[in-house]
Design a protein around this ligand. Structure first.
Ligand SMILES: Cc1ncc(COP(=O)(O)O)c(C=O)c1O
Length: 307
């Protein structure tokens, strides 16, 4: 992390090097916090940095905080303003990943959500491609089950909940796969470690509905909109069986960090014909246009930094 990067921390723009937290901070010790991951796409021809789905991300952060009985110090409009200001102060002219978060900043012993102050910060980092195999991941259904809403709600992007993702992801990598697919505690397909999952079967687009302990992804929402509006596809949101993964014509993952990434195999069974499917290709192409402000239907998802 570049120590000279300007971050927004507890109400001020300061150098990363000066924005310190104590070793005993609750957010660090107990995972009591929530966060977002937002991307900005630099388009040199336009001399512009396009921030994607800021409203969707900040609305979700507000909901995540509410679930944790925390309150963001600003509304979505102000958070968008601060994020643009942050990018300008850093003169960002390249792809960027922006990490806003709120966490409990008490430094005593005793896990809780009540009676503890909060820290809010926004940190920009240069974007580095998250996935090394954009043309097809080999995934495995994980022995780790997705955390259930009765334990800690996955619909909130909660810091501590990411231990669930980390365990599954590292086990998948240790076993020779690229990514893990969670089943929910009742045995239905949920999502990947940091991405939602979609399947194409007989021309319809199928994805687990929000009650399957998924994070309600902003990219998921974008893809559902694009599939319906641009491709006129039938969308099915319901519980999905593991066996349906093996029977799918196409499978892809969606997430802010990774974008749209095809799945090549599930549990060593080739997906479809073994090549990137036509629906995945079309959706990915349209999405890539959207994020760079090249699709007139979706300008409302874009915030310009320098205009
Ligand atoms: C567990 C999990 N599911 C799904 C997603 C995809 O969400 P989004 O498209 O909003 O990035 C993420 C992304 O961070 C995630 O961590």
């Amino acid at each position: 992390m570049d120590q000279e990067t300007i971050v927004f921390s507890n109400g001020d723009f300061v150098r990363y090097a000066d924005a310190k937290v104590g070793l005993m901070t609750h957010g660090l010790q107990y995972g009591t916090g929530c966060f977002e991951g937002i991307r900005g796409f630099w388009v040199p021809e336009d001399n512009e940095l396009y921030l994607f789905q800021l409203k969707e991300h900040y609305d979700r952060l507000t909901t995540s905080a509410k679930i944790l009985t925390m309150k963001l110090p600003y509304d979505t409009a102000k958070l968008i303003e601060l994020t643009v200001e942050l990018c300008r102060r850093n003169t960002i002219k390249g792809d960027v990943y922006i990490r806003p978060f709120i966490c409990k900043s008490a430094e005593d012993v005793g896990v809780r959500l009540h009676d503890a102050p909060e820290l809010f910060a926004i940190v920009p980092v240069p974007y580095a491609p998250y996935v090394k195999k954009p043309n097809g991941l080999d995934v495995a259904v994980s022995a780790w089950r997705r955390a259930d809403d009765t334990m800690a709600p996955p619909r909130a992007k909660i810091t501590g909940l990411y231990i669930n993702s980390a365990l599954a992801k590292s086990q998948a990598v240790a076993d020779g796969y690229d990514e893990a697919i969670f089943l929910s505690s009742d045995g239905h397909v949920s999502e990947a470690s940091a991405a939602n999952i979609f399947m194409v079967r007989d021309g319809a687009l199928l994805t687990p509905d929000p009650s399957q302990n998924v994070l309600e992804g902003c990219t998921r929402k974008a893809i559902l909109t694009i599939a319906k509006k641009n491709l006129g596809m039938e969308i099915i949101e319901r519980s999905v069986d593991r066996g349906e993964l093996y029977a799918a014509d196409e499978i892809f993952l969606t997430g802010t960090a990774l974008g749209i990434v095809p799945v090549a195999s599930v549990d060593r069974r080739t997906v479809g014909t073994g090549t990137v499917g036509p629906i995945t290709t079309q959706l990915r192409t349209i999405y890539e246009q959207c994020v760079r402000n090249r699709d007139a239907n979706y300008h409302h998802w874009i915030t310009k930094v320098y205009a």
